[in-house]
Design a protein around this ligand. Structure first.
Ligand code: FPP
Length: 246
């Protein structure tokens, strides 16, 4: 029997199902997002207990701007509340906050709060919580490629041959919003859909994909443990062969 995998180092989570959770209770969608924020709080504690060092959370996508203004405002308001009230806790528990996405389109107060929490928690190492806000993976890759291109154009003034060389993976990865986080090992999507929805496409090249019908606000420790147990049993080959297949 092959050995099981250790826990993942980096888990991505698509926070899906808040709206349906609220509808099933006759509540407003914003109440679903509030419950989603509470589920997030509980989960961060579980990641700390399990010593899983990196978690990426899809909190607002570049496509979520298509939602009604009221709902978007409710999400910004929840995030403001979250980041202003959790700083002490992050410092106490050693959580480092990282953000991925184009923050320039966020309300100024949100942007300021997030940047402040990032700065104040930058030396924490127990858990890095990467909040993906106004994030879209395709945009992220285009922005990274453009940054590399600009550097290459500069380089071309001195050395045309070097400037025309193939871009390396590490060169591009340094420009991704998620840098210096490691690749995603396990991607979890609650809420019943089975797709990545433009989330961490580059970083999930070899991620194991775990889908569950449980709606995000209901996602609890038991769901997490089930996902981890499943992950540990996956044969991870990264394009090679397992020892047993030699
Ligand atoms: C997707 O569920 C969820 C979102 C677009 C927003 C997620 C936001 C939070 C959990 C708020 C708190 C966030 C932080 C970072 C504190 P959905 O609305 O698409 O659900 P549905 O598919 O059931 O409609």
């Amino acid at each position: 029997m092959s050995e099981e995998n250790p826990n993942p180092r980096h888990v991505g989570i698509i926070l899906d199902g808040n709206g349906r959770w609220a509808r099933a209770r006759g509540l407003k969608r914003s109440e679903g997002h509030k419950a989603g924020g509470e589920a997030l709080d509980r989960l961060l504690d579980q990641f700390l207990d399990l010593r899983i060092p990196y978690i990426s959370l899809y909190a607002f996508s570049t496509e979520n701007w298509k939602r009604p203004k009221m709902e978007i405002q409710a999400i910004w308001s929840l995030m403001r509340e979250f980041f202003s009230s959790r700083l002490e806790r992050c410092l106490e528990k050693g959580i480092r906050v990282h953000a991925s996405g184009d923050l320039s389109r966020l309300p100024a107060v949100n942007r300021k709060l997030i940047l402040e929490v990032i700065e104040k928690t930058e030396h924490n190492r127990n858990l890095t919580a990467n909040f993906c806000v106004n994030y879209g993976s395709q945009d992220e890759i285009l922005i990274a490629a453009t940054k590399v291109l600009h550097r290459r154009l500069d380089l071309a003034k001195k050395d045309k041959k070097k400037a025309a060389a193939l871009i390396s993976k590490s060169e591009l990865e340094k420009e991704l919003f998620t840098y210096p986080l490691p690749p995603v090992d396990l991607m979890v999507r609650p809420g019943g859909e089975q797709r990545l929805s433009n989330f961490l496409l580059w970083q999930s090249a070899y991620a194991e994909l775990y889908f569950t019908d449980t709606l995000w606000p209901d996602f609890n420790k038991r769901n997490l443990m089930t996902a981890l147990k499943w992950f540990k049993s996956r044969p991870r080959k990264f394009g090679g062969l397992l020892e047993s297949q030699d």
